[in-house]
Design a protein around this ligand. Structure first.
Ligand code: ADE
Ligand code: ZN
Length: 330
């Protein structure tokens, strides 16, 4: 079976970051907004470094203004994921962009996203769940408002709280109120760490926020005692190798630490983060990893099982996904 046909589980995908540039350009034209400065001559997103990426991302997101914009975006994103063989996806949604952290607006936007998810599940068989994701560099106060949106809509569809954005701004403990609020509402927890900041940021996210998964976490490799601890505690890393390469964190696929983390017993999974920004898809990630590390189908099956077991959905949905993985029913 080729990587394209293997059923996949993706745990780390930003809804706004998965918006194809053509989709964003189309919405900008409909709304007569000029965001032409964020595109390169080929029509892709243009950015110089991580901070600039975050700014381009925010400019692109500025055209997503109504529940219907989010309904159309969700359908487009799920179609693309299903075409890569993804059968279950957990998608980060940021109330900062989606409804402006206003609870009634958030509910309206979320209803439209859920409609699209139900339509995609009926038509394409892909199952989606949402993880509410405040933006770290917007600060802890705004994160609280986003966490309240998460807590108020926690349930079958909204299953977790995450934290994205610039890791160098604030400490994990500054967001403890938001993570406590989400935990009390029954949500499961993940946090971006160990991408731009070092291993200590991973330790702090686990210790101070009590997360069970880490977004990226790859810089844990710089501290082997931490690697052992992650392996022992079964903390799952949502690794996005193509994203790390596109943003210049590692110079090439063979230099990426995912293989070493896996070899040392850490539960690693593979995701695309913001695929159109990084010119990637789940199929491309699988192809490049197979090439770089000589990974065979068995390794990819193990990674997909690890991801399904680490999913934040209810037990019946998880059992169904695990069964589809067993049957290789993409
Ligand atoms: N938001 C979207 N993509 C991100 C990334 N790679 N790191 C931090 N925040 C993000
Ligand atoms: Zn991310």
């Amino acid at each position: 079976m080729s990587p394209k046909d293997l059923p996949k589980v993706e745990l780390h995908l930003h809804l706004e970051g998965a918006a194809p540039p053509s989709f964003i350009r189309g919405l900008a034209a409909e709304k007569k907004m000029d965001i032409s400065g964020i595109f390169d001559e080929k029509g892709g997103y243009a950015f110089k470094d991580f901070w600039h990426f975050l700014k381009v991302y925010e400019a692109a997101t500025s055209v997503l203004q109504t529940p219907d914009d989010y309904r159309r975006l969700t359908l487009a994103v799920l179609e693309e994921s299903a075409a890569s063989g993804v059968i279950y996806t957990e998608i980060f949604i940021s109330p900062d962009f989606c409804g402006g952290r206003d609870l009634p607006a958030w509910r309206d936007h979320l209803a439209a996203i859920q409609d699209a998810a139900a339509e995609a599940e009926r038509g394409l068989g892909i199952v989606m769940r949402g993880i509410v994701t405040p933006i770290r560099h917007f600060g802890p106060d705004k994160a609280r408002e986003a966490a309240i949106c998460a807590a108020e809509t926690a349930g079958e569809f909204i299953v977790g709280l995450g934290l994205g954005g610039d890791e160098k701004i604030c400490k994990p403990k500054d967001f403890a109120w938001s993570f406590d609020c989400a935990r009390e509402a029954g949500l499961r927890l993940t946090c971006h760490a160990g991408e731009w900041d070092g291993p200590q940021s991973v330790r702090e996210a686990v210790r101070d926020l009590g997360v069970e998964r880490i977004g990226h976490g790859v810089r844990a490799i710089e501290d082997l005692a931490l690697v052992d601890e992650l392996a022992e505690r079964g903390i799952v890393l949502e690794v996005c190798p193509g994203s790390n390469l596109a943003l210049g964190l590692y110079p090439g696929w063979r230099k990426h630490p995912i293989s070493e983390l896996h070899r040392r017993g850490v539960k690693v999974t593979v995701s695309t983060d913001d695929p159109p920004f990084f010119h990637t898809t789940m199929v491309r990630e699988y192809d490049r990893l197979a090439e770089a590390f000589d990974w065979d189908e068995g390794v990819f099956e193990e990674l997909a099982r690890t991801a399904a077991e680490a999913a934040f959905c209810d037990a019946a949905t998880k059992a169904n996904i695990l069964k589809r993985l067993e049957k290789k029913d993409a």
